[in-house]
Design a binder for this molecule. Structure first.
Ligand code: ATP
Length: 464
């Protein structure tokens, strides 16, 4: 993780927020490459979940909503993590996480929670307070007067905006149940213990689908979405073996939920959640119906029945997926003059005749920069001009990079390190026969290809 975090900073993927002031815990900024990576993850999700389907439409809600939304959703009363403090070192922990790390489970009681026997602070002390509920919502005030009536919250999830607008979307979209509403946007949680780099942040981005179904069909749709979502992670380059399911036992489910499966990724710091897929019944719509007094019923024109739809919710985090993608892509290799690369041994120099390279093996679909274009030499105007032409043509379609400085080998290495899958070099032969070399980042193989075939070939390799 340290090498990865250092590369992310050095090459402009991820910076600490407000770094010049010493940073702020739980907040991160995405640099020029990081914001492209995140955009590609979002776009891939939107394409597959919304644009490539006829039964899902999009929505973009405000971050601050009427505070009643959070009463109805249960977030004001219930959206709390149990927190414990160490009386000796004064550190604060999430009680469930502290127990988990010591292979124990937090005990549920009538009043809240209790710590099992033998739980210690990370400093070794047993002097821990009783777990207390800590609400995770960020509070603010709307308007000039800072009194109770002006209190509002930054949304802790995007889902509730979808439920609150269910009626409007239904009225305008000509959709019939089963259908879904999707949203991507920022969410905020005042996490007790932000950690593991960007994994648990206080400001993050969610991609959520609320898929509304006929009561009774929940299990089939839940299975369907679990399968779809598992496949999707492979489509963005995460290998099947790195992605697992965590199926909730009945006693781990929220009282309204009938099923929940988490999609887990094997991070270097442990197997952790990327996405939760829950069958939430009619809990959310019914609560909003009750709190707002507005009907959330659906009239089924085929059966002439009226019902409050049930919902299946795949809810994923952009930042966590970006982190998984970064972890998966990162490789240190030793390259011989010829033949296959060796995996580098940490902290060691490559053997005689080998050269070290760091490479980010992003799937082309989500690589921040797709194509780098190089003139072989920068002081040959014909080469520069031809390469600029190709660059201009390519960047109308993809994020591209043009680089004329340094030896060509070094330019390739710089692109390998940021995960650019394809390199196009314009050399003297280009001027004679209008062909260029196309280099593949992973195999490092180069082929000669005519300029006329270049864009279609890149299009085929990059895919969508
Ligand atoms: P956890 O148990 O890890 O706190 P959760 O189960 O409460 O998370 P959900 O409410 O199901 O998380 O949120 C859905 C998704 O939103 C998560 O799978 C994750 O990808 C993302 N997410 C939630 N909290 C955070 C956070 N603090 N930082 C980054 N992403 C988050």
């Amino acid at each position: 993780m340290e090498s990865l975090a250092s590369l992310c900073k050095r090459r402009g993927f991820i910076f600490q927020s407000s770094e010049i002031y010493g940073g702020i815990n739980g907040f991160w900024d995405y640099g020029p490459l990081g914001c492209e990576l995140k955009r590609n993850i979002r776009d891939a999700w939107w394409r597959d979940m919304v644009l490539n389907r006829e039964d899902v439409v999009g929505l973009d809600c405000s971050i601050i909503m009427h505070p009643r939304v959070w009463e109805a959703s249960g977030h004001i009363g219930g959206f709390a993590d149990p927190m414990v403090d160490c009386r000796v070192c004064k550190k604060r922990f999430r009680a469930d996480q502290l127990c988990e790390e010591q292979n124990q489970k937090l005990i549920k009681t009538d009043k809240g929670f209790a710590l099992p026997e033998g739980i210690r602070c990370t400093c070794g002390s047993k002097e821990l307070t009783e777990p207390r509920a800590f609400n995770l919502m960020f509070k603010t005030f709307v308007g000039p007067v800072e009194d109770e009536s002006a209190v509002a919250y930054l949304r802790p999830e995007t889902a509730q905006g979808i439920f609150a607008q269910f009626g409007n979307v239904l009225a305008v979209s000509r959709q019939k149940v089963p259908f879904g509403i999707a949203q991507i946007g920022k969410a905020f949680r005042n996490e007790i213990n932000p950690r593991n780099y960007t994994f648990r942040s206080r400001e993050f981005e969610q991609m959520e689908l609320e898929f509304f179904v006929k009561p009774g069909t929940d299990p089939q749709w839940h299975d369907y979405w679990v399968e779809q979502r598992m496949k999707w992670y492979q489509s963005i380059g995460l290998p099947a073996e790195s992605i697992t399911k965590y199926v909730y036992a009945k006693d781990e489910l929220a009282h309204y939920a009938s099923a929940c499966v988490d999609v887990m990724y094997a991070f270097p710091f442990g197997v952790q959640e990327l996405e939760g897929i829950a069958a939430r019944g009619d809990f959310d719509l019914s609560r909003h119906q009750q709190f707002s007094g507005k009907s959330m019923e659906y009239f089924d024109p085929d059966t002439q029945e009226k019902f409050v739809p049930h919902v299946v919710e795949p809810s994923a985090g952009v930042d966590r997926i970006a982190l998984a993608v970064l972890c998966n892509a990162y490789r240190e290799e030793w390259l011989p003059k010829e033949g296959p690369a060796l995996e580098a041994e940490p902290g060691k120099q490559p053997p005689e005749g080998y050269e070290a390279r760091t490479v980010m093996r992003f799937a082309p679909r989500i690589a921040p920069i797709k194509v780098a274009v190089f003139p072989l030499l920068k002081n040959k105007p014909e080469l520069v001009e031809k390469s600029r032409e190709i660059f201009t043509e390519a960047r109308r379609r993809w994020a591209c990079f043009w680089d004329q400085t340094g030896a060509i080998g070094r330019r390739y290495r710089r692109q390998d390190e940021i995960g650019t899958p394809f390199g196009v070099t314009v050399d003297f032969q280009t001027l004679a026969d209008n062909t260029v070399t196309l280099r593949d980042r992973d195999s490092m193989k180069q082929v000669r290809i005519s300029v006329a075939d270049l864009i279609p070939e890149l299009d085929r390799r990059i895919g969508r």
